[in-house]
Design a protein around this ligand. Structure first.
Ligand code: CFM
Ligand code: HCA
Length: 532
């Protein structure tokens, strides 16, 4: 097939060593094959243009940064803090009487002298200054590369500050170079949220149908659309981790009866640890696309197994579908038969495939920047994953059952029976939902992107900031699936309409095809070679 040929062509153009490496990161989906294996979570080859980010981005930018009532301090030179200032579009609102610091960027602005003589004192001063001015409920400190290289003891500084100020000061050794991508930072952030935050608020009185949403970051307001529907059905969301989160709410997460996991990659650690420590099972959900969202709502109703709740779930689904049906049909008519490629971080490349299908678009290539094999192949393969030195560098913490706070939510029999019907503590991965002949590719680079786009000519490419413009300059409509190109929400029912509308507009804009690079019209260098 064209896909196999293109893959071979790309691989042949590499040196033997690079070919051997990259070959393991791409495959053409074939469900006849027993178990298709893909390499993931390994180092990017130096010199290759990757879309990946760093450990600090995964910890501060992704997981801890969205908590609204904390001051998040970046310890390091100004660049990392500056670049991560507001770019991820994780939205948040202050609680009543509370504060929201999301619009700020707090940095220690390390200088050469701090690198030479140590930055601990500057950090201690920065924490105090932030406290004096803003009086936050808690503070986080995230380390950037030089901090680990010079050996600042940020944990000691944080501990002393916490004792002095009487608020939690969470410190993260999430230096950018740790691990191979953002993924390391997710793990580091998960660990500390688990040891220092979750389970520390016992004042919260749980109501009926109390849940947490894990791995949802309120990009473009997604979480607000999701909770709008959940509240309408009768759920009580104690906390979302960490989109629009507040520290006291995260601290009460152990009171819920169910954890929903949207983005498995970034938060499965907390999901597992909460289950072990407090007895709350987790359910894999997908809020993107009408079908997936509807399915997730029905799965939740099955879990709670309450006739009223089930009835209400169906009523709300019916009502919501009624409101969006016409719009979706209209946009489907505009997109039908078009093709898509998706390359996003660790879950959206999977989640958006169903949504695209609903508007008639097949995803012919999809991949993740930094997901692990289980996000491609399903959690069954976790025991087969060999830990390499880079993964071993990231601390794996052990939690035990909490004797006072553990509560079994479901009997063992019920749990096992439900597991057969709904994705309880389970994730099947992206490949399971892709059709035969489609390409799955890990950590795609810009050269590969260019070739695949040129040959397979998608109508739409869901990308990030680094690849969007090279694709668009090739005449193909490309949309950022991280920031939603400043639009959104895209999750839930109303979000699906927003997404369908934006994609319909994009794929029907012929402008991209008229773009001719200036060097194709006239040579960029004037002059003649040789003598005539
Ligand atoms: Fe999860 Fe995310 Fe994603 Fe992610 Fe990200 Fe993001 Fe993403 Mo950008 S937590 S893995 S580390 S869904 S920031 S909100 S868009 S790469 S696909
Ligand atoms: C990150 C954040 C990011 C970057 C987006 C992009 C986001 O990984 O550091 O590369 O376009 O969603 O903001 O993934």
């Amino acid at each position: 097939s064209e896909s196999v040929k293109t893959m071979d062509k790309i691989l042949e153009s590499y040196s033997a060593k690079v070919m051997k490496n990259r070959k393991k990161h791409m495959l053409v989906v074939d469900h006849q094959e027993e178990k298709q294996k893909i390499d993931a979570n390994t180092r990017t080859i130096p010199g290759i243009i990757t879309n990946r980010g760093c450990c600090y981005a995964g910890c501060k930018g992704v997981v801890i940064g969205p908590v609204v009532d904390m001051v998040h301090i970046t310890h390091g030179p100004i660049g990392c803090g500056y670049y991560s200032w507001g770019t991820r579009r994780n939205k948040g609102k202050a609680r009543e009487g509370g504060k929201n610091f999301l619009a700020y960027s707090f940095n220690t602005d390390m200088q050469e002298s701090d690198i030479v003589f140590g930055g601990d004192k500057k950090l201690a001063k920065a924490i105090q200054e932030a406290y004096d001015i803003f009086k936050p409920k808690a503070i986080s400190v995230s380390a950037t590369c030089p901090v680990g290289l010079i050996g600042d003891d940020i944990h000691m500084v944080a501990k002393q500050a916490s004792q002095k100020l009487g608020i939690p000061v969470l410190s993260f050794s999430c230096e950018g170079y740790k691990g191979v991508s953002q993924s390391a930072g997710h793990h580091i952030a998960n660990n500390k949220l688990m040891t220092d935050v979750v389970g520390t608020n016992d004042d919260y009185e749980p109501k009926e149908f109390s849940i947490n949403i894990l791995g949802e970051y309120n990009i473009g307001g997604d979480e607000w659309e999701i909770t709008r529907v959940l509240n309408k059905i009768g759920y009580h969301v104690i906390t979302t981790m960490t989109g629009n989160a507040a520290i006291d709410e995260m601290a009460a997460a152990h009171k819920a009866d169910l954890n929903l996991i949207q983005c498995h990659r970034s938060i499965n650690y907390i999901g597992d640890m909460i289950e072990k420590k407090y007895g709350i099972p987790w359910l894999k959900v997908n809020f993107i696309g009408v079908k997936a969202f509807t399915q997730s709502l029905r799965d939740m109703a099955k879990y709670f197994d309450n006739p009223q709740l089930t009835k209400r779930t169906e009523e709300v689904i019916k009502q919501e579908l009624g409101e969006i049906k016409e719009d979706i049909a209209k946009y489907k008519a505009m997109c039908d038969g078009k093709t898509a490629m998706l390359f996003v971080g660790g879950s959206r490349a999977h989640h958006y495939q169903g949504m695209l299908k609903e508007i008639g678009m097949d995803t012919i290539l999809a991949g993740y920047e930094f997901a692990h094999r289980d996000d491609y192949e399903g959690r069954d393969i976790i025991p087969d994953i060999k830990l390499d030195a880079d993964s071993r560098n990231i601390e794996e913490i052990e939690v035990d059952q909490d004797e006072q706070k553990y509560r079994l939510r479901l009997s063992k029999e019920k749990y096992e029976a439900l597991k057969k019907e709904i994705p309880l503590s389970n994730y099947e991965g992206m490949i399971s939902e892709m059709a035969d002949g489609m390409i799955a590719i890990d950590d795609i680079n810009h050269y590969e992107t260019e070739i695949f786009v040129k040959v397979l000519k998608p109508d739409f490419f869901g990308s990030g900031i680094k690849d969007k413009y090279i694709i668009q300059k090739m005449g193909v409509y490309s949309k950022q699936m991280h920031s939603y190109d400043y639009a959104g929400p895209y999750a839930g029912f109303k979000g699906a309409v927003n997404f369908a509308r934006d994609v319909a507009a994009g794929v029907n804009t012929s402008a991209w095809q008229y773009i001719i690079a200036p060097w194709k019209k006239e040579p960029s260098l004037a002059g003649k070679i040789g003598v005539e």
